[in-house]
Write a protein that binds this ligand. Structure first.
Ligand SMILES: [Zn+2]
Length: 87
């Protein structure tokens, strides 16, 4: 699994390699008021794209990959991926 995030400043789908993050242009305006969607993240393990929320990007909530074939769970700490330890 990739250990560091790559931040994309422009939405270029071909460049969404595993571990790439793109902050939404309307970050904070969609999703739940308490914890709105903030960015698109390409899973650092498998590359599946998923929306992540403000709390996830702030490292307060774990990111869980949406792919059924991947069980990646991790926290974002600044621009690093910290694998969530199994309980
Ligand atoms: Zn994944």
């Amino acid at each position: 699994m990739i250990a560091e995030l790559d931040i994309l400043s422009e939405w270029i789908p071909e460049q969404m390699h595993p571990g790439t993050i793109f902050v939404l242009e309307n970050a904070g305006q969609i999703g739940e008021k308490e914890d709105p969607y903030w960015a698109v993240l390409s899973c650092p393990n498998c590359g599946t794209l998923g929306l992540i929320t403000r709390k996830q990007i702030a490292g307060l909530m774990p990111v869980i990959c949406g792919s059924q074939k991947c069980s990646a769970q991790f926290f974002i700490r600044d621009s690093e991926i910290v694998v969530r330890k199994p309980f």
